[in-house]
Design a protein around this ligand. Structure first.
Ligand code: NAD
Ligand code: IPM
Ligand code: MN
Length: 368
């Protein structure tokens, strides 16, 4: 049996709490002989800053590069509010994404049957929801230069962020979205703002060309990103795959999270290009949520986004499709049997802790 090299980067806030539940599942999979893992743990974010004076060390970057996959918890928190901008905890995550070339971020939003009434939308709007946001992750306004705050002669300050995309960057993310749609309901909605942004004009043009050249069997629609946000809360089931830039993807995926009941439900996969020789790709798996300082350290965090990210890792990085299906089924079953952390529990119902939620998923795995 192949041994998969996993690097665990729990990070800050609830990161270590939700990663702890993933470690239970990794142990279970190893113990049952489903898969074999070699795991290493390291610091990232504020935790790394406190130890190394930077939010990710070069040694951790080396480990991430050498691993078969990275599992990432969450970073950030008030403790690091005044560290130099380049050392803020979030910079560690951005470096991992950029330096590993993880340009494609898949953020599935699935409304589990047991949770239709946990969403802030009416149950009939979200029941059976299954959409994926394909977010471009290494370009756009997150990385474009110049990016600076300058003081002007009159003493005023001017802040600049640069939204920048090349044809190549748009072309490759569009292909990821079309390929994925072919395995699903065959529809891609491309969200941009060509009405006000030059990068939106180019985005629309390139997506249209890629579609016409290689994916004309897939239904393509263009939607302005602001309208897309509205449509997501009006009638989300109209979507299958939504493809968009880095910033719109960040915002739309938090909106999509609430359709499923909680931000604590949304997993993601951040993938690099496939190596033509080995067929392998760099990959990091990260929940969509952050370090949730308001609930950290109290056993309140929902670990499902993190555990779902492990399921995506089994599927995309290790080809362990059966194990991934089984883990996702265990999440469904644990929810159906009534285990819910506070964020998804019904009003007045008893909520379980982070650890009890993880245990319920391990128990369901055992029965599966
Ligand atoms: P957040 O995602 O941390 O929290 C938003 C809200 O959702 C909070 O009320 C929180 O309690 C709740 N929530 C989030 N995850 C949850 C979970 N698993 N279970 C239950 N409830 C959950 O966003 P924020 O408060 O805007 O940001 C806090 C910090 O996290 C900031 O420093 C931000 O930069 C960082 N952040 C990091 C990541 C990441 O590491 N990938 C992602 C987003 C935000
Ligand atoms: C996310 C987060 C990150 C982002 C931050 C922490 C850098 O919000 O993954 O959604 O903006 O990409
Ligand atoms: Mn975000």
């Amino acid at each position: 049996m192949a041994t998969h090299k996993l690097l665990l980067l729990p990070g800050d806030g609830i990161g270590p709490e939700v990663m702890g539940e993933v470690e239970k599942i990794v142990s279970w999979l190893s113990k049952e002989g489903v898969a074999s893992f070699e795991t290493e743990r390291d610091l990232v974010g504020g935790a790394a800053y406190d130890t190394h004076g930077k939010s990710i060390s070069d040694e951790t970057m080396r480990l991430a590069d050498a691993a078969d996959a990275v599992l990432f918890g969450a970073v950030g928190g008030a403790k690091w509010a005044s560290v130099p901008y380049e050392h803020r905890p979030e910079a560690g995550l951005l470096r991992l994404r950029k330096d590993l070339g993880l340009f494609a971020n898949l953020r599935p939003a699935i409304c589990y049957p047991a949770l239709a009434s946990a969403s802030s939308l009416k149950p009939e709007l979200v029941e059976g929801l299954d959409i994926v946001i394909v977010r471009e992750l290494t370009g756009g306004v997150y990385f474009g230069e110049p990016k600076e705050i300058v003081t002007l002669e009159n003493g005023e300050k001017r802040a600049v962020d640069t939204q920048l995309y090349t044809t190549g960057e748009i072309d490759r993310i569009a292909r990821v979205a079309f390929d994925l749609a072919r395995k699903r309901r065959n529809k891609v909605s491309s969200a941009e703002k060509h009405n006000v942004m030059k990068s939106g004009v180019l985005w629309k043009e390139v997506v249209t060309r890629v579609h016409a050249q290689d994916f004309s069997d897939v239904t393509l629609e263009h939607v302005l990103a602001d309208n897309c946000a509205m449509q997501l809360v009006r009638y989300p089931k109209q979507y299958d795959v939504i493809v968009c830039d880095n910033l719109f993807g960040d915002i739309l995926s938090d909106v999509a999270a609430m359709l499923t009941g909680s931000l604590g439900m949304l997993p993601s996969a951040s993938l690099g290009a496939e190596d033509p020789q080995t067929g392998k790709r760099k990959a990091l798996y990260e929940p969509v949520h952050g370090s949730a300082p308001d609930i950290a350290g109290r056993g309140l965090a929902n670990p499902i986004a993190m555990i779902g990210s492990l399921a995506m890792c089994l599927r995309y990085s290790f080809g362990l499709i059966e194990a991934a299906d089984r883990l996702e089924a265990a999440i469904t079953e644990a929810l159906a049997s009534g285990s819910r952390t506070k964020d998804i529990a019904s009003e007045g119902a008893n909520a379980v802790s982070t650890s009890e939620m993880g245990d319920a998923i391990v128990a369901a795995l055992g029965r599966g």
